[in-house]
Ligand binder design. Structure first.
Ligand SMILES: Cc1cc2nc3c(=O)[nH]c(=O)nc-3n(C[C@H](O)[C@H](O)[C@H](O)COP(=O)(O)OP(=O)(O)OC[C@H]3O[C@@H](n4cnc5c(N)ncnc54)[C@H](O)[C@@H]3O)c2cc1C
Length: 538
């Protein structure tokens, strides 16, 4: 059975919902949107704090494990990715950060005209319905609601910001505005206390308008080609292999793991590797699956003299109170991200740009194994955590198929901490965290360091500790890098796959370099710009 559409979009994640919705705005256009996962209409997806539950739920999560990473003492890293309508945007921590303007100027300077800050700013603005207003910077009336939670966060967040200010670090009212450097409160993608994924914000209204055929539990297995032109998709749905044809274009929005995986399964990748797996090469593009980048973070935990979310959410009574607060007011800790405050700072005074992202969370989980962490099981005492990651790591990883089976997970090697540069920035981050923790008024409430213990910090064991405990902040990007030539890049500056007609990639995999902050907002921007480019070329 085959059906014909104008466009086929693969993956209803953060970017895919944006691309499909915008393409369907053109009257008469028919878009097929294929999603391997199922519904996102579950309480744990829609309730912001449900993040803690979906983190290890295979019904809505691909649950990848990487290869052992040499830089992490041979530990492998657990990588959750959303497998439901809304994709990773349905299971993420909802922090809304566009990135630093120079991130996008870097993209342009790597040979991608049209992707400098002034070029992409209109798309960030078009996407947004921001509670914080700054003309020329922030958008109002767009689909993506962005909440300002500065009046609702835990009071300890303000101690964290004040401690930074006492050290001369600026305070930032808006990380997405004209003064993005410094410490402040994160904005989050919620609307009336409910998760505001692109599925809720873009896709549902678009489906009501018409033009989109959303197929769930529809796992794309192969791109169909006629010569070097993409003409459709083969997909598996409820055990039946189906095909759909695209009159216009096929757009891959499977994210940083699935988009390069699907390209390789379809014969687009390193020719020698593919032929070794018995896959006939359609185009030799050795960059597919390479250039993998991610943010690597470590947390430090502190005992607190004042109650934290541990006290609010640990005891049964606290949970009931929080649930009632949410039910009555759509407020309280259940309506928020665990990441409430943080910032963007320079690790050394000489640094030309901010190079560290900090997180402050008024919660801790030092006594529960990773698989039970997040707000499900906070420590039974008052404590909080400080965390950081380098903004622009220079280590590069890769992912590739291990077999021609489209259902098999690919092999992923993030290759964290492979460069002296990244090790040096880890050291800087630890020093900044230690200084903030030692500064009043945050130091006034610290009863003791929990993890790592004081001996590790004072001795020169910080790197051993970092290798033993650091882990992903779930921002893999750049595995289908945008760039000018097919030797290393996968798509050109119009997101067209090099050497192939009618095939684009539009998701976090096209980032030439990972942005300095969380990756959801720039992925929405990529979706907006992709739809604009496709519309213009049509
Ligand atoms: C636990 C977690 C926490 C995070 N926290 C934050 C945060 O606080 N702030 C932030 O900015 N970013 C955060 N991120 C990152 C952010 O969510 C991602 O960068 C963003 O969602 C990536 O969007 P995408 O469109 O590239 O991919 P996804 O949103 O992952 O979308 C890909 C979609 O394609 C589908 N798919 C895959 N393979 C196939 C196939 N073969 N056929 C059909 N469909 C397929 C997937 O099921 C998925 O729905 C977090 C991510 C995770 C996992």
């Amino acid at each position: 059975m085959s059906t014909e559409y104008d466009y086929i979009v693969v993956g209803a994640g953060t970017a895919g919902c944006v691309v499909a919705s915008r393409l369907a705005e053109c009257p008469g256009t028919r878009v097929l949107l294929l999603e391997a996962g199922g519904s996102d209409r579950t309480v744990w997806i829609q309730l912001p704090i449900g993040y803690g539950r979906t983190f290890f739920d295979s019904r809505v999560n691909w649950m990848y494990d990487t290869d052992p990473v040499p830089g992490l003492d041979g530990r492998s890293s657990y990588w959750p990715r959303g497998k439901a309508i809304g994709g990773s945007g349905s299971i993420n921590a909802m922090v809304h950060v566009r990135g630093q303007p120079h991130d996008f100027d870097d993209w342009r300077d790597l040979g991608n005209p049209g992707w400098g800050w002034q070029d992409v700013l209109p798309f960030f603005i078009k996407a947004e319905d921001s509670e914080i207003v700054e003309p020329g910077w922030r958008g109002q009336g767009g689909p993506q609601h962005v909440s300002d939670i500065s009046g609702k966060v835990h009071p300890l967040c303000h101690r964290f910001i004040a401690a930074g200010q006492s050290l001369g670090l600026p305070a930032s009212r808006d990380f997405n505005g004209s003064r993005g450097e410094g410490l402040g409160i994160f904005q989050i993608t919620t609307r009336n206390g409910r998760r505001a994924s692109t599925a809720n914000e873009y896709l549902r209204p678009a489906i009501r308008r018409g033009g989109i055929d959303l197929q769930t539990k529809a796992h794309a297995t192969r791109i169909l080609f006629e010569g070097r032109r993409a003409v459709g998709i083969e997909y598996l749905q409820h055990g039946v292999l189906k095909t759909a044809r695209a009159r216009g274009e096929v757009v891959l929005c499977g994210g940083s793991i699935a988009s390069p995986q699907l390209l390789q399964l379809s014969g687009v990748g390193d020719g020698a590797h593919l032929s070794g797996l018995g896959i006939e090469a359609v185009a030799h593009l050795p960059g597919v699956g390479t250039n993998l980048q991610d943010h690597l973070a470590v947390s430090y935990f502190y005992g607190s003299a004042v109650p934290t979310l541990n006290d609010e959410l640990g005891p049964l009574l606290g949970k009931v109170r929080a649930a009632l607060n949410y039910a009555w007011n759509r407020g309280g800790p259940l309506s928020m991200s665990v990441n409430q405050a943080g910032g963007f700072v320079r690790g050394t005074p000489e640094a030309e740009r901010v190079n560290l992202q900090l997180y402050f969370s008024p919660v801790s989980y030092t006594r529960t194994p990773l698989s039970e962490r997040r707000l499900a099981n906070p420590d039974p005492f008052s404590a909080f955590l400080l965390s950081f990651n380098a903004c622009r790591p220079t280590s590069r990883g890769w992912l590739k198929l291990v077999s021609a089976d489209p259902m098999a997970h690919p092999q992923i090697q993030p290759n964290y901490l492979a460069t002296e540069h990244d090790i040096a920035e880890a050291r800087q981050g630890i020093a900044v965290m230690q200084r903030i923790a030692a500064a009043a008024p945050l130091s006034d409430v610290i009863t003791g360091r929990l993890v790592p213990d004081a001996a590790v910090v004072s001795a020169d064991e910080w790197l051993d500790d970092f290798r033993a405990r650091a882990d992903t902040v779930y921002h893999p990007t750049s595995t289908c890098m945008m760039g000018p030539g097919p030797a290393t890049a996968v798509v050109d500056h119009r997101l067209r796959v090099h050497g192939i007609d009618s095939l684009r990639v539009a998701d976090a995999s096209i980032f030439p370099t990972v942005t300095s902050g969380n990756t959801n907002a720039p992925t929405v921007m990529v979706g907006e710009k992709a739809a604009d480019l496709i519309g213009a070329d049509a």
